[in-house]
Structures are given as C-alpha cells and as structure tokens.
Unconditional design. Structure first.
Length: 283
C-alpha cells in the first residue's frame, strides 16, 4: 500500500494488540486449574540471549501458553496451583514428578516416551540389557495392540484386558533386571511411578500419550526456529497471548485473525474483549 512503517510503530501496534488480549488470556489462566484434564509440555525460548521456556497447557477446548525463565515445578504451581484436582498428562520430566509428589496430583505419564526409553535398552550393546528391553517392549506393544482392539470388546472386557497388560508390563519390568545402570534406572522408574503410566485405564477420556500437548506446541517450535525470540517482558507477554489465541482458536475451529481484530476494536471502544472460554470447557 506504499505506506512507510517504522519498526517502532510496528512494536507499538503489537503492544496494543497484545494488551487487547489481556482479559481473554487471564480468563483462561483462571479457568485452567478447574479443568478435569490438562496436558502439558515445554520447549526452549530465547530472550536477549538468555534461556527461557515456553510451557503449553492444553485443556479440553482451549490451550494456554506461559513463557518463564524456569523449567521447574514452580511454573506448574503458578499456573495450576497447589489445589489442582484434575489429571495432568505429561512426560517423565522431573518437574512433573515433583509437582505430583508435593501436591498429590494424579498423573498420566506418556507411554510413547516410555517406549522410546525402552527402545534405547533394546539397542544397547550389552546382551542382558538388550534382552530385558526386548521383553519389556513386547509387553508394552501388547498393551497398545489391546487398545487398537477397543471396538471389538465390551467395556468390562477391555478394562480387564488392559489391567492384565499393565500387570505384565510392571512384572516384566521388575524381573531378571540386569545390573547395568540403564536397566536399574528403568526398574526404579517403574517401581516408583509405574502405576501413573496406566491412569487412562480407570479414567475415561485420557490418552495414554502426551501427543496432544506436543502437537499444540509444534507451531511454537517452528516459530522459534525462524525468529530471534523476544527482547523484553512486553514481547514475552505478547507471545504468550498470541500463541494462546492462535492455538485455542484452532482448537475451537475459529479464526484467530477475526478474534484478534474484534479484541482490538473492543479495546479501542473501551469494551470488554471477547472470551476464549467456551461454556463446555468448564467442569
């Protein structure tokens, strides 16, 4: 349109757009601890050369992003709170384990990550470790084979079969364990938190993997590769809000552009912004 635009002007426009989304973002932030199921993941973020982390929290019908200098459990406390009573789907990262232990949170650890770690044992050069990993991997594969046969069984039969597969995985994981550290680490994991890999058996609508959170954060990983991160707290907050709107609108089948446009119009008129929180997302 042949209109000259300075970088400073673009920065001001971005900040105005970001501020127009404040109320919508805060509404989701307040609603998140009340959700029955939340899946979480995190990826790196750069700010002025410093190391930050972009966290994603995916509920049923909305997604929230939080950028923090910490990758520790304090982020989970800040976002989900100490009274979180839902189920948290996640990988086996230490921050989630600490959050689970400190506040008695129910967890669904990602079975896909467990399979990846078991495959590491299968490819290990020591024969005893390789055999141990192979036996364990076969047991987990039988579990997923049962999941794929869900439509051929009654609910009672399906649950009973899954319970049998769970017992087999945990039993094999604790039997004839080689003395090598990699195998000992695996059995310690299963003995300490093995039950939390199978929460999905007794609780409906829970996926045994954390794929939904990883899919929600994928576009942020791509954005990180083509951008230079952020340079200030304002930039960080803007990213949190834009990421949240983009992912949530995609989840709800809405246009993120139209939502942001409506938010800016309302802000200019002194009106409250539109809501990203559908009625169906609250317990």
């Amino acid at each position: 349109m042949n209109i000259p635009v300075t970088k400073g002007y673009l920065a001001k426009v971005i900040q105005k757009s970001s501020h127009s989304l404040d109320a919508s973002y805060e509404e989701l932030l307040q609603a998140l601890p009340r959700q029955n199921l939340v899946n979480s993941d995190e990826t790196g973020h750069k700010e002025n050369g410093g190391k930050f982390w972009t966290w994603v929290f995916r509920a049923n019908l909305f997604v929230l992003f939080k950028i923090s200098p910490s990758r520790g459990s304090e982020v989970l406390i800040d976002v989900l709170g100490k009274e979180f009573n839902g189920i948290l789907g996640c990988d086996y990262f230490s921050a989630y384990r600490k959050f689970m232990k400190d506040f008695d949170v129910r967890i669904q650890f990602c079975l896909a990550h467990l399979i990846r770690d078991i495959k590491f044992l299968v490819d290990y050069p020591d024969r005893a470790v390789k055999n141990y990993g192979t036996r364990l991997l076969d047991a987990v594969r039988e579990l997923f084979h049962t999941i794929h046969l869900r439509d051929t069984m009654s609910q009672k039969q399906f649950t009973a079969k899954l319970e049998a597969c769970k017992r087999a995985v945990l039993k094999i994981g604790a039997t004839y364990v080689p003395s090598q550290k990699v195998a000992q680490n695996m059995v310690k994991r299963l003995l300490a938190n093995g039950e939390s890999y199978f929460t999905f058996i007794t609780t409906s609508q829970i996926d045994p993997t954390n794929n939904c959170a990883e899919q929600a954060i994928r576009f942020v990983v791509i954005y990180r590769r083509v951008s230079q991160g952020t340079r200030s707290e304002n930039g960080r907050l803007a990213c949190e809000r834009f990421f949240t709107v983009i992912a949530t609108c995609a989840r709800q089948g809405k246009s993120a552009f139209e939502f942001i446009k409506e938010s800016i119009k309302n802000s200019c008129k002194g009106l409250p912004g539109p809501s990203l929180l559908p009625v169906a997302s609250t317990p």
